[in-house]
Design a protein around this ligand. Sequence first.
Ligand SMILES: *Cc1c(COP(=O)(O)O)cnc(C)c1O
Length: 345
Amino acid sequence: MRIESYIRENIKKMMPYSSARDEFKEASQDMIFIDANESPFDTGLNRYPDPQQGKVKQMLSEMKGVNPNQILLGNGSDEVLDLIFRVFCEPQKDTVIALPPTYGMYEVLANTNDVELINIPLDKNFQPNVEEILATQNKQTKILFLCSPNNPTANSFNSKKVEELIKGFEGIVVIDEAYIDFSKEESWLSRLSEFPNLIVTQTLSKAYGLAGIRLGICYASKEIITVLNKIKPPYNVNQLTQDTAAEALSNIDRVKRDIRKIIADRKQLTLELKTISFVERVFPSDANFLLVKVDDANQRYQQLVEKGIVVRNRSKQLLCENCLRITVGNYIENEELILVLMQLQ
Ligand SMILES: *Cc1c(COP(=O)(O)O)cnc(C)c1O
């Protein structure tokens, strides 16, 4: 499979922006930098950040066993996903496939890029319809989005099905692993080198507890990363974000502890939700949230809001009739949720 044939012509032809500091990456501290119209007065942040985020990538590289030139960082996964659209999809011509019910940003990004999104619903077990997906694709279908663990259904996709899709899909397969740290399944990162058309995205927004810094991560072949790099805004990850991310990555024990806690609390919350009379089903979860089927989602949603608790009403989504999506909170929040639900019985 030749990745190059999937890249848009204008992207192949263009020259990337060359930032003022690109040529002097290895420059010593005591050189004089009067090339970028920065302020000379030290505020701690008067210099532009490293456009290649070398330190964060080096740490991720060591942690994940992936070469730094196979990593791209973005202002959240949302920016990373947008860059993927812009590299591979010709507006008004190419198409992408998403598998609803799933993350809403694939559709939003398809719309902003004027790219048609083809929806192929998950089956009743929230698994991909492999045959239908492969039969639907054509030369114009450039990207297949697989979200695993999936939002809002909380399950992981069957790995055999995912492998069939990566092998059978003639285009780019993006596996969105925003919730992978809460899952018992292994990340597809370990198989990256086998599949030239595979992109794996992760984020510091969920398990790392850093939604506020906006750091999304994209892992792929060197070839794909090179072309994504070519079009990314030069300073897309700011200095504060790079510093905070580096700190979190150097304190991975804290992150692991938080993940273990959330997984334990997810289990406890599941048990307690199942005792509520109007809860009809709590779907198994590989994420930090639960998809919960109730008797009347609109009514229960409203009642919870009146008690000061905001959950996500997903009942309008395909296959999610009367379903609420509930994030695993801290101990007090989970207890309060259960208390309120008990009162509503
Ligand atoms: C929360 C979430 C993300 C995270 O996006 P960021 O822009 O990195 O915060 C990505 N994908 C899915 C499916 C999510 O639910």
